[in-house]
Structures are given as structure tokens and as C-alpha cells.
Design a protein around this ligand. Structure first.
Ligand code: ADP
Length: 222
């Protein structure tokens, strides 16, 4: 019945990305239906996933046979074969209302998946590259892209934002960012950055906003 598979997740393509995703989900007790057209890849997952099948996921009949038409969450983890990725995406979309995530390996690829109607297009290489660039440059110690135009960064407060209450700084008007939370040096927990909070130079902060604005803000002293 449809309900029986409602908690299951289908992962199509068990390459490096899909494979580690499927493994992680399975380790957390999720019923994973894994599909790959490569026999040797599937063999690696036989003991790990609830179901691991060798099949070509561009075939609609195959998708139904595997029960993927009964699953409410599907991840399309095919990157390098653009045609396969697009075909599978359109087949899955045709199955109707479900949550779909699809991996893209280029801007064009991402754009096409968006245009098809895939709600969550993920670009792990891109996101990771951007994130790593911030970490290597050293002005941001953690960087979390929430969406194309919204990020959260962990950094230190620019000098001009310290020693006075946040409310007096006009951060939103001036820099178009929001300081969400702060942690004192040697402190163990994060506090919400209310209007009356005063930051000090050796605090850590979480800043939210567009990637450009957050970046510019984090580099004010540099
Ligand atoms: P990664 O970089 O994460 O390893 P790849 O694009 O290299 O991603 O891997 C995609 C995986 O998807 C491969 O294991 C490949 O065999 C599988 N795959 C590609 N096309 C299909 C398809 N039509 N049906 C099922 N699996 C497919």
C-alpha cells in the first residue's frame, strides 16, 4: 500500500554523493530504496540498504516495479550523465506530488532541473567550493548556504560593531545583514543577539544575509 512506503526514501544513483547519502540515511534507520544501473555499484549496497536494485531509472515501468511511485521522498543523485538526470527527473515529476531533491553538477544543469519543476536542486561541489574558499581565507570560520541568496556565517564582530549596544548600530540599514547570535570568548553557549546586546572584539557571531553582504560585513576590518 502507499502508506507502507511513506517513510521510505528513494535514492537514484549510488555514486559518491548518492551512495554516502543512502548509507547515512540507512544508518539512521530510514528505509532506503537505492537504484543504480551499474551492477558493481549495487553490489556494494546489498547489505547496507533495505532495497538495492540494478535498474535503469529512466524507465517508468521500472520505477513502478521498484515501488518508487509509492515513495514520497526521492533523491536524484545522478550528476555526470546530464541526459539521464533530466530523464529521471521528468519521470519522477510525472509520478505526481512528492518531495524531490536533485543533484546538479553545473549551473546549466541546475537551471534545467529548476525549469522542469524540481523544488530542491543541490550543487554539492559548488556549495562546498564556496564554503571552503571562505574557510581557507580565514575571515569566516564556518559558512552555511541556506539558499541561493541566503547564508549564515560564523565570524568575529568588526571593530566598529563592538562596545556599543547592537540597537545603536543600524546594521540592517547600513550593511543589510543581521547578527543572529553571539558567543563570548571561552563561553560555552550561544545567546540570541537581542537589540540590547553589546559585542566585544573577542566574541564570535553568527551573521545572516545574502552571500555578498555577509562577506562584505565579515571583511570590514580586513
Ligand atoms: P557522483 O559524483 O556522486 O559519484 P555520478 O554522476 O558520477 O555522481 O554517479 C551517478 C551514479 O548514478 C552512477 O553510479 C551511475 O551508475 C548511476 N546512474 C546514472 N544513470 C542512471 C540511470 N539512468 N539509472 C540508474 N542509475 C544511473
Amino acid at each position: 500500500s502507499p502508506l507502507a512506503k511513506d517513510g521510505a526514501v528513494a535514492v537514484i544513483g549510488l555514486g559518491r554523493f548518492g551512495g554516502s547519502l543512502a548509507r547515512e540515511l540507512a544508518e539512521h534507520g530510514v528505509e532506503v530504496i537505492g537504484v543504480d544501473r551499474d551492477e558493481s555499484v549495487v553490489a556494494e549496497f546489498a547489505d547496507v540498504l533495505a532495497h538495492a536494485s540494478r535498474a535503469d531509472a529512466t524507465d517508468e515501468v521500472v520505477l513502478r516495479q521498484l515501488g518508487i511511485d509509492e515513495v514520497s521522498r526521492v533523491v536524484i543523485a545522478i550528476g555526470s550523465d546530464l541526459e539521464a538526470s533530466i530523464l529521471v527527473a521528468s519521470r519522477i515529476l510525472k509520478l505526481g506530488n512528492r518531495h524531490i531533491w536533485a543533484k546538479a553538477i553545473s549551473e546549466t544543469h541546475a537551471e534545467i532541473l529548476h525549469q522542469l519543476g524540481i523544488g530542491n536542486v543541490i550543487s554539492p561541489e559548488n556549495d562546498m567550493g564556496r564554503r571552503l574558499a571562505h574557510l581557507i581565507r580565514g575571515h569566516i570560520s564556518d559558512f552555511l548556504p541556506i539558499d541561493e541568496d541566503f547564508v549564515l556565517a560564523r565570524t568575529t564582530p568588526p571593530v566598529r560593531t563592538t562596545d556599543v549596544p547592537l540597537a545603536s548600530l543600524g546594521l540592517r540599514t547600513r550593511y543589510d545583514v543581521t547578527i543572529v547570535a553571539f558567543k563570548r570568548r571561552g563561553g560555552t553557549h550561544w545567546g540570541i543577539a537581542d537589540r540590547d546586546v553589546t559585542l566585544y572584539a573577542d566574541d564570535e557571531i553568527l551573521v545572516a544575509g545574502s552571500p555578498k553582504k555577509v562577506e562584505a560585513f565579515s571583511e570590514l576590518d580586513k
